[in-house]
Ligand binder design. Structure first.
Ligand code: CP
Ligand code: NVA
Length: 321
């Protein structure tokens, strides 16, 4: 659990005076806007299947700053821009002046003058906010220590496809109350998915996130009992116990998360549940190999929907300008 100060959603200011929508966490969108993004995603997903590449972003560029590694986020954004007729540039921290002491705000102001949107995967959430404050193009959070909203978009798209909507869907989060969990909590609040979160004591969702979920009309149940969380759930979701940047805590975390593994025994309490994981998975830790390889795991649909959900987001953000 970190002690970050949650910024006011949607209010990141702009030193450049630009009136731009950013996407730093799921609750930067209202419930209706979130539904609209998912609708655009669905529309473009069908369009791509039928017609192939689109020319919507002809001549346009997405800059992608990465301070942490990535497979899905990098490739889905890059491919998404290509499929929309545009282009994406990978900017690894050590390859740009940011990694050699140039301040974030200067990086943001300079890049804003070239690219049409920025995506950033950074450690501190405050750094994503800083980028947005100095950008006059939309900034999209591609994961911070505290939030992973693009993952939630894909997760919600996957749930909506499988259940035909969100009404009556119940979800259980089991494991660490980490970045993926926190954005999922907000996404469930906005879509009225009934959510129970089971984490070991001391690894729960940060209080400001739970409060924000309640403000949005959600009512997440918080427990330390994985069995209580998964019983009769439609969806059981987990993620790694050691996130990027927490490697020093590995030994203690392995002990603290004992009993929180998503395995056959736990899933016996949720016979109908689909199993979700944002990936990458650490088989044998938070989830067993056999669960991940069984039909009820919908992790590959989630991974595929990163591409479609983010295309929906990029197009929707462009429509707001
Ligand atoms: N789920 C996810 O964000 O994966 P990557 O770290 O591979 O981008
Ligand atoms: N919680 C994980 C998610 C990776 C996509 C991490 O931050 O490392």
């Amino acid at each position: 659990m970190s002690t970050w100060e949650r910024p006011t959603p949607g209010v990141y200011g702009s030193s450049e005076g630009a009136d731009v929508r950013h996407f730093l966490d799921v609750d930067d969108l209202t419930s209706a806007e979130l539904a609209a993004v998912l609708d655009v995603a669905t529309e473009f997903k069908a369009d791509h299947a039928e017609n192939g590449v689109h020319d919507r972003f002809d001549g346009r560029t997405l800059g992608m700053i990465f301070q942490k590694p990535s497979t899905r986020t990098r490739v889905s954004f890059e491919t998404g821009m290509t499929q929309l007729g545009g282009h994406a540039i990978f900017l690894g921290e050590s390859d740009i002046q940011l990694g050699h002491g140039e301040p974030l705000r200067d990086t943001s102001r300079a890049l804003s003058r070239y690219v049409d949107a920025l995506m950033a995967r950074v450690f501190k959430h405050a750094n994503a906010v800083e980028l947005a404050r100095y950008a006059d193009v939309p900034v999209i959070n591609g994961l911070t220590d505290d939030a992973h909203p693009c993952q939630t978009l894909a997760d919600l798209l996957t749930i909506r496809e499988r259940h035909g909507g969100f009404e009556g869907v119940s979800a259980a989060w089991v494991g660490d109350g980490n970045n993926v969990a926190q954005s999922f909590v907000l996404g469930c609040a906005l879509t009225e998915v009934d959510l129970t979160v089971a984490t070991p004591a001391g690894y729960g969702i940060d209080d400001p996130v739970v409060e924000r979920a309640r403000e949005l009309g959600g009512d997440p149940t918080v427990t330390t009992d994985p069995v209580e969380a998964v019983t009769d759930a439609d969806v059981v979701y987990t993620d790694v116990w050691v996130s990027m940047g927490q490697e020093d805590e590995r030994d203690v975390r392995m002990q603290d998360f004992e009993g929180f593994q998503v395995n056959r025994e736990l899933l016996a309490h949720a016979p109908e549940a689909s199993v979700m994981h944002c990936l990458p998975a650490h088989r044998g830790e938070e989830i067993t190999d056999d669960v991940l390889e069984r039909d009820r795991a919908i992790v590959w649909d989630q991974a595929a929907n990163r591409l479609h959900a983010q295309k929906g987001l990029l197009v929707w953000l462009d429509e707001q300008r």
